[in-house]
Structure formats: structure tokens, C-alpha cells
Design a binder for this molecule. Structure first.
Ligand code: MC0
Length: 142
């Protein structure tokens, strides 16, 4: 099995400060990590949902750092909402090699830097029925 868990659901928001309190109030979630990822053009907050045997699961809130970034363009087109789903994998290099072999359109052919030191890669939404999909090889303990 290529996938080990749902790592996170990425949600595009206009403002982290305006959205984090909703998740705190509704579900008692707390922000366990916050980071700016300049290459991806996002300021992100990770809210822990569950610590499982196969790793953790999060809600990831994404605020754009620039209008011409993926999340900035998404917000302009659709407004706030679910931006992508991210699955955990044990070994992202072999996961990408397997997807390449069967002809899937990868946004990232090799892994790039993700949240909290993770290695990530995106599969194009057109390849998976309109869902932007991320693979995450997390650092142990995340
Ligand atoms: C765009 N499209 C989407 C979409 N974004 N479809 C579903 N979900 C999304 N999130 C669709 C558009 O509607 C359009 O469809 C087509 O893809 C091209 O979109 P575009 O707006 O013209 O944009 P492009 O082509 O410049 O870029 C699309 C692409 C990009 C997916 C390649 O957004 C990308 O590279 N995404 C991966 C990186 C990313 O999303 N980074 C932010 C999260 P039509 O039908 O109109 O052709 S970073 C993150 O999450 C990290 C930090 C982490 O988890 O650790």
C-alpha cells in the first residue's frame, strides 16, 4: 500500500488570524506549528487532529503570501475552501517513481520542502479527477 494515512486537508483562507479561532471554538483544535513557505507562497498553520500509529493528521490552514501564488489564485477563482488533500507515504521517492511509471502528471517530479521539514510533492488536479493531491514524507514525530 502506497499511502499510510491522510496527513492533512489543506484549506485556503484569506486570513489565518480570522480562521484559527473557528477551529479552536468548533473542535478544540490547537495550532501546533506555523511556518512561512516562500517557495509555495503560503503562510500556514497546522492544527493537530490526531496522533496515530502511522503518523499524525492535521487541518492545514493556508494564507497566501502573494496574489500570484497557487493559493492566491485559488482564492481569487473560488474563494475560501478545500484546496488540496495530502496523504502520508513512507518513502516519497519510490511513491513518485511508481506514479511516474504508470504515467501520472506530477507537478513536482522530485520532492520539495514542506511543512516542518517534510518532503512533499504534488500530483496535478487534472490527473486525479479535479483534486489537487499532495504526498508527504514526514519527519519522524510529525
Ligand atoms: C488549480 N486548479 C485546481 C487547483 N488549483 N483544481 C483543483 N484544486 C486546486 N487547488 C485548476 C484550475 O482550476 C485550472 O483548471 C487548472 O488547475 C490550472 O490552474 P491555474 O490557476 O491556471 O494555475 P496553474 O496552472 O498556474 O497551477 C495549477 C497547479 C498549481 C496545480 C500546477 O496550483 C500548483 O503548482 N500547485 C501545487 C503547489 C501548491 O498548491 N502550493 C500551495 C500549498 P481549468 O479547468 O480552468 O484549466 S503548499 C503546501 O501545502 C505545503 C507547504 C505543505 O503542505 O507542506
Amino acid at each position: 500500500m502506497l499511502l499510510s494515512r491522510i496527513d492533512h486537508v489543506g484549506i485556503a483562507v484569506a486570513s489565518l488570524a480570522g480562521t484559527i479561532p473557528l477551529y479552536e471554538e468548533a473542535f478544540g483544535l490547537t495550532v501546533v506549528h506555523q511556518e512561512d513557505n516562500d517557495r509555495q507562497g503560503v503562510r500556514e498553520a497546522m492544527l493537530l487532529v490526531n496522533n496515530g500509529e502511522a503518523g499524525s493528521s492535521y487541518v492545514q490552514l493556508l494564507e497566501p503570501l502573494r496574489e500570484d501564488s497557487p493559493v492566491g489564485k485559488f482564492l481569487a477563482k473560488w474563494g475560501p475552501g478545500i484546496h488540496h488533500i495530502a496523504y502520508g507515504v513512507a518513502d516519497i521517492d519510490s511513491a513518485l517513481a511508481a506514479l511516474t511509471t504508470i504515467g501520472f502528471d506530477l507537478v513536482n517530479k522530485t520532492p520539495v520542502h514542506g511543512t516542518a521539514g517534510s518532503r512533499i510533492a504534488f500530483v496535478h488536479p487534472k490527473a486525479l479527477g479535479g483534486v489537487l493531491t499532495e504526498l508527504v514524507e514526514a519527519v519522524e514525530g510529525h
